[in-house]
Ligand binder design. Structure first.
Ligand code: AMP
Ligand code: MG
Length: 413
């Protein structure tokens, strides 16, 4: 049997970051930037008002109080978006809105709240300081300035900044396109009626969701019966538009294990027993003319999910260009005893609690398996918060033993 680390290392060695491309802003979300973004404009790009109010010259309103307001004629009106070039003569005011360009000669803006909101003349009850409520061109970003550096992960705020400096596209390592195929003649799509011996496809949804959670452009292609030709046709249909293929089912030792049968013959995919529980039968390789990487995961729902966490997730993160590939882990002490198969790394669905005051240097976390450990138990899987990792040489976990636990809940890094 192949050690987990060795199988993972082989999968990782087979992929590199996807080549950079210019993509539309919303497609850049979650991707790593592959350029230094230089602002082509100042931000703000023109002097403008920070408030709805009146553009004034400061000495004209210096004496204003609520008891003795200053009254000025209103000689103009500038809404946001106005391209009109206005001058502000001494002794006058111009009505102005937030974001509107300042008339030449403006020294401050009086907020509308300090006035009687007049349109022909305005009565001002409080003087602004020189420069108050003005936004200066370039105070945020200077033209030529690098606003985002290569290697940054694009989130919503970075998308906003790219848009603000006028960029419609960004050069990023694009999000991997992941195509998920569920194989098994017993499968019926959720929503469909089950006949005798049939089950709903859950793997396809779980795996596609797990890839989407990582930011991948994932799609669940659908169901394929245990039929070699149908499987190959379904696979081929995805090749041109996928950066990674993931199948579930059909890779164990039984008859009708079509995926293994067909791809063993076709070559390019290696099937092996990996020393882990669950998830022992694994396949990984390349298919099609472009050598698209493919994972063939086992069909049991827990096995496929654990396999995703242990092998697919790191590979996907590498395709994104990330270097930090794995789930964050915490250390916790076993809350109960349980057994573990000799020579296999066990990944145990479990929950974490912190019922006692931790000793110095300890997390204080206690890890307890949820329910049964059968690989078909999807309800327990949904309750799990982590996978407790039991090393290969341990056959009995005892209360108080310290274990590394992979945290399963969404952490975006
Ligand atoms: P296999 O790996 O094809 O031998 O399948 C192992 C077990 O997982 C069988 O009980 C299958 O019915 C079940 N299984 C396979 N594919 C799925 C799926 N997409 N959703 C839920 N269970 C599945
Ligand atoms: Mg099957």
């Amino acid at each position: 049997m192949k050690p987990v680390e060795e199988h993972l290392a082989e999968c990782l060695a087979a992929v590199t970051v996807l080549p950079a491309a210019d993509v539309a802003l919303l497609d850049a979300l979650d991707c790593l930037l592959d350029e230094d973004v230089v602002a082509a404009v100042d931000l703000p790009s023109f002097d403008n008002s920070a408030m709805d109010g009146y553009a004034v010259r400061v000495p004209d309103v210096a004496s204003a109080t609520s008891a003795h307001p200053v009254r000025l004629p209103v000689v103009g009106d500038v809404p946001a978006g106005s391209g009109e070039r206005l001058d502000l003569p001494s002794g006058t005011a111009i009505r102005i809105m937030t974001g509107a360009p300042l008339p030449a000669g403006t020294e401050a803006v009086v907020p509308v709240e300090w006035t009687d909101r007049g349109t022909a003349t305005v009565s001002i009850a409080q003087p602004p300081a020189e420069g108050q409520f003005l936004r200066a061109a370039g105070e945020d970003v200077r033209r030529g300035q690098v606003v985002l550096r290569r290697g940054v992960r694009i989130g919503p705020r970075q998308v906003g900044l790219l848009a603000a400096v006028g960029r419609a596209t960004a050069r990023v390592h694009p999000r991997p396109r992941v195509a998920v195929l569920s194989t098994g003649s017993e499968l019926v799509a959720p929503g469909g009626t089950l006949g005798r011996g049939q089950i709903h496809d859950s793997n396809g949804y779980a795996i596609a969701a797990a890839a989407a959670e990582l930011g991948a452009a994932s799609r669940h292609v659908g169901l394929v019966a245990d039929d070699g030709d149908a499987f190959l046709a379904a696979l081929e249909a995805q090749l041109a538009t996928a950066d990674l293929l993931v199948t579930t089912g059909g890779v164990s030792a039984g008859a009708y294990d079509t995926v293994k049968e067909v791809l063993s013959k076709a070559g390019g995919v290696v099937f092996e027993k990996v020393a882990m529980q669950p998830g022992m039968p694994q396949g990984f390789g390349r298919v099609g003319v472009d050598g698209t990487p493919i994972f063939t995961l086992p069909g049991n729902p827990v096995s496929s999910m654990v396999s995703f966490e242990v092998f697919v997730r790191p590979v996907l993160r590498r395709l994104f260009g990330e270097t930090d590939l794995h789930r964050p882990t915490v250390s916790a002490r076993a809350g109960v005893d349980w057994s573990s198969p000799p020579g296999k790394r066990q990944f145990v669905r479990a929950r974490l609690t912190s019922p006692v005051a931790p000793a110095a240097g300890e997390s204080g976390l206690v890890v307890t398996p949820v329910g049964g450990q059968g690989s078909h138990l999807v309800a327990d899987l949904a309750q799990a918060q982590c996978l407790a990792v039991v090393p290969e040489d341990v056959t009995r976990v005892q209360v108080g033993d310290e274990l590394t636990c992979m945290l399963l809940d969404r952490v975006r890094r």
